[in-house]
Ligand binder design. Structure first.
Ligand code: MLT
Length: 235
């Protein structure tokens, strides 16, 4: 039987973030990817996953903002999650400086009525330095941003700014949990993953070498192997 698998995308991303996984893991999983462009808070995003997922119980993977949403789901309905994967994310809330940077990006996106300056500013943080000029990768990233739209971006950033500290709930997570990050993730660094893995009892930490924040697209082979293995773990 295939695993029902919910894949939650990050900020300015959509199902294309998980394209390589949907292709490579189709023999072992049935997928669903939520649309997260209209909600204004983590609570609403988590509730959307719970209300709209076409499975009663599921494996849950989230990357970055998707990880924030996955931790919200774990607070609200842990009994529905059979296993958890937290990719390139963190349990800590924003610092004041991070929230200020988000407000500046919102201002920029609205002023420019488009994403080119926003993605130009974010790209060096999103991917490994060796991939910044990888035109096919950059095309996917720009396409997902256009699909999210400016108001979708504003709502996502607002939800991210308001997210709670997820650390207090981590030790109660019973689901087998993969914690994975790119070695050079500049947005949610390795130390944040070591912290989550130390707090979640049944967790394993995987580090993907020569990889930035968008691991699913940057290093699909390694990420697919890690997810396939995770789906096979005995709970
Ligand atoms: C994401 O990829 O979802 C964002 O980088 C998350 C964030 O900015 O905190």
């Amino acid at each position: 039987m295939k695993h029902p698998l919910v894949l939650v995308p990050g900020l300015l991303c959509d199902a294309a973030l998980w394209g390589p996984q949907v292709e490579a893991l189709a023999d072992v999983a049935d997928f669903w990817v939520p649309e997260l462009r209209t909600q204004r808070s983590m609570r609403e995003m988590g509730q959307t996953v719970l209300d709209e997922a076409p499975f009663s119980a599921f494996a849950l993977a989230g990357l970055s903002m998707g990880g924030y949403v996955a931790m919200e789901v774990m607070r609200r309905a842990p009994e529905r999650v059979t296993r958890l994967a937290l990719l390139d994310t963190r349990a800590t809330p924003d610092t004041e400086e991070e929230s200020d940077r988000r407000r500046e990006l919102i201002r920029l996106a609205r002023a420019e009525r488009g994403f080119t300056p926003v993605t130009n500013r974010m790209l060096p943080l999103l991917v490994h330095p060796s991939r910044v000029k990888d035109t096919s990768l950059v095309k996917i990233i720009r396409g997902m941003a256009e699909h999210t739209g400016i108001e979708g971006f504003v709502r996502q950033q607002t939800a991210i700014i308001g997210r709670p500290d997820s650390r207090p709930g981590l030790s109660a997570i019973k689901a087998p949990t993969l914690v994975l990050c790119g070695r050079e993730d500049a947005i949610t660094p390795l130390a944040r993953h070591e912290e989550m893995a130390a707090l979640i009892p049944a967790s394993r930490l995987e580090i993907v070498e020569a990889c930035g924040h968008l691991s699913t697209l940057e290093r699909p082979g390694e990420v697919n192997r890690a997810l396939r293995s995770w789906l096979g773990w005995n709970p």
